[in-house]
Write a protein that binds this ligand. Structure first.
Ligand code: SF4
Length: 382
């Protein structure tokens, strides 16, 4: 399985909590898209260097994320996706996702997406309350969020994901319960639910420093997480990664491949690629990215991953999923020093049941996922 990620770093407005690289400059849209087409040409042999096993290349996922991909006219998305498939795929992608902002969604736009082979949409809802959305500086309303899901269903999409955020300013458990009730009643197949994190450089970071952000207490946020897990189970959904919930058969293939160390290429400014032993990070500036790609210069930083880096990455991502880490994978990929380190540090967590060890699988149980990072930090090679 290979993953292809196309990063569209454009947004109409900046949300108050967002720390991702994105720009509101519309003049850069067309040159960036041209540079992305050029980048794909320059990197057309990426997977042939990565995958010796040609059968692994038969399966692929394509994900267009951002930023706000739905800010791009459909013709540009079509040109990018066609180039990506022609360059990297030997068969149509098994899963082709596009992220949408609710107020960009129209029947015509959705039909164009269907026509270009998109079979999954991920809608950035965040909350079904207008005052939450205003505080977050989102540009859509709660009504538009619900309508966008209904339009996607009417357009024939049978794999729809929505994003929600809990732990929002002024959010109590009842408000979060209501958001979950609405989300589960919409007939979607997937939910990504994230705890709000406050990054220093964002408007929310500034407000917090000034004590002007009425965030719920961490116990309240933990209760919201518990409620999320409970609502997922009551609806018969599967909780397969800390922030990811799905009906059976609707796990995100693209993200699952990331978590399972499959190779992927990221195209566009600020996109990342991983080939199993190196990580490439494209420059996080559209202007610099365009210039370097078009001039034939380097446009990414290359980081060669040591065995310790790869071990840390495997443990960190694996233990945040239902699959955990596998003893046989550890034994096949890391030396005795790291394997012994893992088991000696895991012992106390196994004894107090914050880690479970089956035959081959070692995983954190769902009821400890909320504090997973504090467990994982013990297992990371420092
Ligand atoms: S739409 Fe997404 S990427 Fe753009 S500013 Fe908001 S959160 Fe950030």
């Amino acid at each position: 399985m290979i993953g292809i990620y196309l990063h569209i770093p454009f947004c109409k407005l900046r949300c108050g909590y967002c720390d991702f690289y994105a720009t509101t400059s519309q003049t850069l849209v067309q040159p960036t898209v041209l540079a992305m087409l050029h980048e794909m040409e320059r990197r057309k042999n990426y997977f042939s260097q990565v995958e010796k096993n040609s059968s692994a290349l038969q399966k692929s996922t394509l994900y267009i994320g951002g930023g706000t991909p739905s800010q791009l006219p459909p013709d540009m998305l079509a040109a990018l996706s066609q180039k990506a498939v022609a360059t990297f795929c030997v068969a149509p992608p098994e899963e082709f996702t596009v992220e949408l902002n609710p107020d960009d969604v129209t029947p015509e736009y959705l039909q164009r997406l269907r026509g270009m082979g998109v079979n999954r949409v991920s809608i950035g809802v965040q909350s079904f309350f207008d005052d939450d959305l205003q505080r977050l500086r989102r540009r859509h309303s709660a009504r538009q969020a619900i309508r966008s899901v209904q339009l996607a269903q009417a357009a024939g999409f049978e794999n729809i994901s929505v994003d929600l955020i809990y732990g929002l300013p002024c959010m109590d458990v009842e408000r979060w319960r209501s958001n979950l009730k609405t989300a589960f009643s919409l007939g979607v197949q997937h939910l990504s639910a994230y705890a709000l994190t406050i990054e220093k450089r964002t408007p929310f970071g500034v407000l917090r420093r000034k004590n002007k952000l009425p965030l719920p207490h961490e116990d309240e946020v933990a209760m919201q997480y518990d409620l999320l897990c409970q609502a997922s189970a009551e609806n018969g959904w599967l909780h397969y990664e800390i922030s990811s919930f799905a009906r059976s058969g609707f796990f995100s293939m693209h993200n699952t491949a990331y978590w399972q160390q499959q190779p992927y290429i990221g195209i566009g400014a600020a996109a990342h690629s991983y080939n199993g032993w190196q990580r490439q990070s494209n420059v996080a500036s559209c202007a610099q990215y365009i210039k370097n790609v078009e001039e034939g210069a380097d446009f990414f930083e290359l980081e060669s991953l040591s065995m310790e880096n790869r071990y840390n990455e495997y443990v960190f991502t694996g233990l945040r999923t239902v699959w955990g880490v596998s003893k046989s994978y550890l034994q096949a990929n890391f030396d005795n020093r790291l394997i012994n380190y893992f088991f000696s540090h895991a012992r106390k967590h196994i004894e107090n049941k914050s880690i479970i060890a089956d035959d081959d699988r070692i995983a954190i149980p769902e009821n400890r996922w909320f504090v997973a990072d504090s467990i994982i930090v013990d297992l990371i090679w420092a």
